[in-house]
Structures are given as C-alpha cells and as structure tokens.
Design a protein around this ligand. Structure first.
Ligand SMILES: [Zn+2]
Length: 537
C-alpha cells in the first residue's frame, strides 16, 4: 500500500497540538493508519460513545454485585453435560426437526435498545460523562482509535496487541490521545495515560457484550454506501473461511437417532465459576470454546477452528459483512442463505439492487436455488458440482473418446470440443471441434479422420449429445455455456476479500475463545477495512 503524498498546499485539519514528527509521519509511506487516526472524525462516533459509557456504568454495577451466586439447576455430571452441549449444537440437527433448531449464524446477545442516559452531544475526546463516579475512565475515542490503529497496522485487534503497540510506539499512543506517564509522578493515575492491559480488555469486553462493535460495523458500511465510497451492485458473492481456534478438543461418542454410534469433536466442558469443586457446585457446565468445530478441507485435511461467512460486492471487491457461524462444523451450503437474508435486512439499498448471488459448488443445489428465488427474489448461481468423478464413456458420438464430468467432450485425437449451444426441440447439446489461430478446423489435418469425420469438409466436426447422456447437467443452466463462465469469473473476488480481512488486517490464528469474541474480532476487522477504503477513496 502506498500512502498518497501530502501535497504541499494541502492543509491537514489541525485538531489539537501539532508535533513535528506528526508531520513527518503524515509523509511516510505506509502511514495510512496515522493519517486515519490523525484526522479521525470523532464526532461521527458520539452515539457509540454514549452507548459505551452507559454499558460501562452497568458493567461496573454488575462487577460490584458479582459472586452473589446465580444457582443453576441440579448438579449435572461432566459426562452428562458434554452430551447436553453436543446435542445443543447447530450441526446435531436432524432434517426432520428443522423448526425448533438453533440458528446457523451466530446471533450475538440481543441488546435492548434504550434511550441513552448519557447525552451524545456532550461527549468529545477527553470529555467523560459525570455519571461515572470514581476514577475518571479512559476516553472512548482514544480507546476506539487504539484498536482501529492496531488493525490498520496489520495486527490483530486484540487487547494484548493494542497494549504492546501503545507501550512501544509513542507516536501511536499520542495520536490516539494518550500521554506517557509523568516522570515526577510515576505512580499517579491519570485518565490520559496509556491504559493497562486490564483496562483494554475491559473496554473490548464491554464493547462486545453490548453489541457496539457490531453497531459500528453496520454504521461504517452504511456510511460508505451513502457517501458513494462503495456503490451498490447487481450481484453479491459469498464464501466461508476458517480461523484457527485457540483451544483444544476432545472426541465424543454418541448415539444417533437410529442407534448408530458416532463420533464428533468438541471443545472441552468447563465452568465459568471459581468454585473449588466443579463436580458438586450448582453452576452449569459450558463449552470452553463455543462455536469451534472441525472444518473439513479435504479427505486428509481437517482444521480445528471457527468458521466465518463473508459476503461482498464482486466488481469492487469490497466485503460487506462477515459473520461467525454458530457451529464451525456446519456445511457451507447451509450458511449462505441466512447470511444473504441478514445482509438484505441490514442494508436495504443492497436488497433493492441485488439480482444475483454467486457461490462455489457447495451451493449447487436445485432446492436451495428455488429458495433464493422464492424467498429473496434473487438468482443463485453456483459453480457446477458434477456429483460424479468419472467421465462418461457410453453412448457417445463417433470419434469421441469421453465426456468429462463437467460436460466437455474429448475426441480420439485429444482435442476438447467447444460448446456451441442447445437444441431444445430435439433435447441435444451441440459441440464443435476447435479451430487453429488461422480459423481452420483442427479436423482438417487430423490423423484420426478415418474413425471420425470421414467426409472431407473444411468446417470440421460438429457433434450433438442428448440431454439423457449428460443427465447430471441442467439444460437450462449448462456450466459449459459462455454466459455461465463469464458470470462465474467474478466469484473468486471473494477470496481476495477474505485475504484482505484475514491476512492484511489481522491474523488467522485466534487468541480468544468463543463465538462472542470471534464475532467481535470480525467486526473490528471490518470497521478498520471500511475506514481504510473511505480514506483511500
Ligand atoms: Zn461453581
């Protein structure tokens, strides 16, 4: 990434003091993070600030009341708990019980929307509401900037990393609004000092529990749509991606509804309480890493991780949303529909503009296509899944050796025939022998002519193959067609979006457990991404 050089006559908005090396950093290559933080439009985040201070107020009250002991149900053994937790997972559903099932996408906490007690318009950097008594808390705007700056520098937006950078990079700490400890009073607390790791963790925790990371993400995407930084498109593209879990797993055996013994990997059972004897205390067992599961990449490669669904705009290559999948072991074909539905709900302009959605072969399913059409009014276009690995070798036209599972005939001389079209009345696909660069058919000089063309036409061989021979190919949407291929060339753009989020703005190894943290991690990355594209626009 190259920073745009700052033109000499271009005055950077000066908000607070000007430091000589701020100007230097503004001119440095790769200084996007600094430019973005330096000109951070804090006033746009006032409403989130007031929501945060309200949540912090309630968090402090809860902290004071903790260990009052919320007694759970009758004690359950660890083994019973493991089975209960196993059967509560989204991937343990049987198709018969579709109704009362846990949702596919992680839902987050349902956050009650209340009128803020803190007036957003009275907030500004360094101005903290009076409602929070005791030590003056750290400024929301500074904390937010420190998390975003960390991501924009390419590190994980997690408290440990933020803390490390604030401590080691004084320019970063200062542009966020923090000051180093005063030398003559090293033990004295000041709200302007670089926060401790514990305070950064608390900020992150309050933000995710109150759903504020998610709210900021949605606001950023909407702002970029309204400002024309991103434009609506007629297509959306989706895919899933995995992040390595920060947990171990154990393999459980269970009995399925038919009485068969099956195995499934699950994170270990644990308790959130601090009781000494977990076997007898009344608190409920829970998963140590809720949402983690086995992700099958191939027959030999399996990953213990969390799974996210990513949806974006293919032409601009911009991710619109990233959501944690409730159980990482969920098949990709199940995640796309609920996610597109969610994106349309959150972003009505996209609901109005999108006519087609693209996915890989995991979604090549007639029922799913019908569901997209009927319920969302969009066409689902998926890479072709031939559902067979062997070529077709029976009932073939003369001179043709085989037809690949993807519907490409290969002749005795080894040429792939070009797909030309369809004759619906006789229910046949039409193919033609390929041509040399000069336009002449490869058949003209072919040594296999005696077994194939026979006649000495200059136009070369044309064949027809009946729909029945290629029974696994939908004649209304053949994957050999130019149009199909042209549409599907836009699908891989989602892979570049995923690389952006996963590698350029973070790390694919998680350092926290549970879906709440995972979703917050995705949200923070998305916020930073949308700040960056607005800055570069
Ligand atoms: Zn307990």
């Amino acid at each position: 990434m190259l920073a745009r050089p700052v033109a000499e006559d271009h005055q950077i908005p000066l908000i607070h003091e000007v430091h000589a090396d701020d100007q230097h950093l503004l001119n440095t290559i790769d200084g996007e993070w600094f430019e973005i933080l330096h000109a951070f439009p804090w006033a746009d985040y006032r409403h989130h600030a007031s929501a945060y201070y309200d949540a912090l107020y309630e968090f402090n009250i809860r902290e004071g009341q903790r260990s009052a002991g919320d007694c759970g149900t009758a004690p359950e053994t660890k083994e019973e708990a493991k089975q209960r937790l196993l059967f509560a997972r989204a991937t343990m559903r049987s198709p018969q019980e579709q109704e009362s099932l846990p949702p596919i996408l992680y839902q987050g906490n349902v956050v009650e929307l209340k009128a803020p007690k803190v007036d957003p318009m009275e907030l500004a950097p360094g101005v903290v509401p009076l409602r929070l008594v005791g030590r003056k808390p750290k400024c929301f705007f500074s904390l937010l900037k420190s998390f975003m700056g960390t991501t924009l520098m390419g590190f994980s937006a997690e408290p440990e990393q933020v803390h490390l950078l604030l401590k080691s990079n004084p320019s970063f700490a200062r542009v966020c609004g923090f000051a180093p400890k005063e030398k003559d009073k090293p033990d004295q607390y000041s709200s302007h000092q670089v926060p401790s790791l514990r305070k950064l963790e608390q900020f992150d925790q309050v933000m995710r529990a109150a759903g504020i990371w998610d709210q900021i993400k949605v606001t950023e995407v909407k702002r970029n749509l309204q400002a024309g930084v991103i434009e609506t498109e007629k297509e959306l593209v989706g895919d899933t991606t995995h992040y390595h879990a920060h947990s171990g797993f154990e393999t459980l055996t269970y009995e399925d509804e038919k009485g068969h013994i099956k195995k499934k990997s699950q994170s270990k059972a644990t308790k959130g309480c601090r009781c000494e004897d977990w076997s007898s205390c009344p608190h409920a067992w829970e998963l140590s890493d809720e949402g983690a599961g086995t992700i099958v990449k191939s027959k030999t490669k399996m990953i213990w991780g969390h799974k996210a669904s990513v949806i974006g705009l293919p032409k601009q290559g911009v991710p619109i949303d990233a959501v944690a999948i409730a159980d990482a072991a969920t098949h990709d074909g199940q995640t796309f529909f609920p996610h597109v539905e969610k994106v349309f709900e959150h972003y009505p302009p996209l609901g109005a503009s999108v006519e087609r959605v693209l996915y890989d072969s995991a979604c090549d399913d007639a029922e799913l296509k019908a569901r997209f059409d009927e319920e969302l009014g969009v066409e689902l276009k998926a890479s072709f899944n031939p559902r067979r690995s062997k070529a077709i070798t029976k009932d073939l036209p003369r001179g043709i050796e085989k037809i690949t599972p993807y519907g490409v005939p290969i002749c005795l001389a080894g040429h792939e025939l070009d797909y030309k079209g369809i004759r619906y009345d006789s229910e046949k696909f039409i193919y033609e022998a390929p041509r040399h660069d000069d336009g002449s058919s490869v058949c003209v000089s072919c040594s296999k002519r005696a077994e194939c063309c026979k006649r000495s036409t200059q136009s070369g061989r044309t064949i027809t193959v009946s729909f029945d021979t290629l029974g696994h190919i939908d004649p209304h949407d053949p994957p050999m067609a130019k149009r199909f291929k042209a549409i599907m060339t836009r699908r891989p753009s989602v892979e570049r979006m995923i690389k952006r989020l996963k590698c350029d703005l973070g790390d694919d190894r998680l350092s926290k457990r549970g879906n709440e943290s995972f979703q917050a991690y995705l949200d923070k990355t998305m916020i930073a991404y949308h700040l960056l594209i607005r800055h570069l626009h």
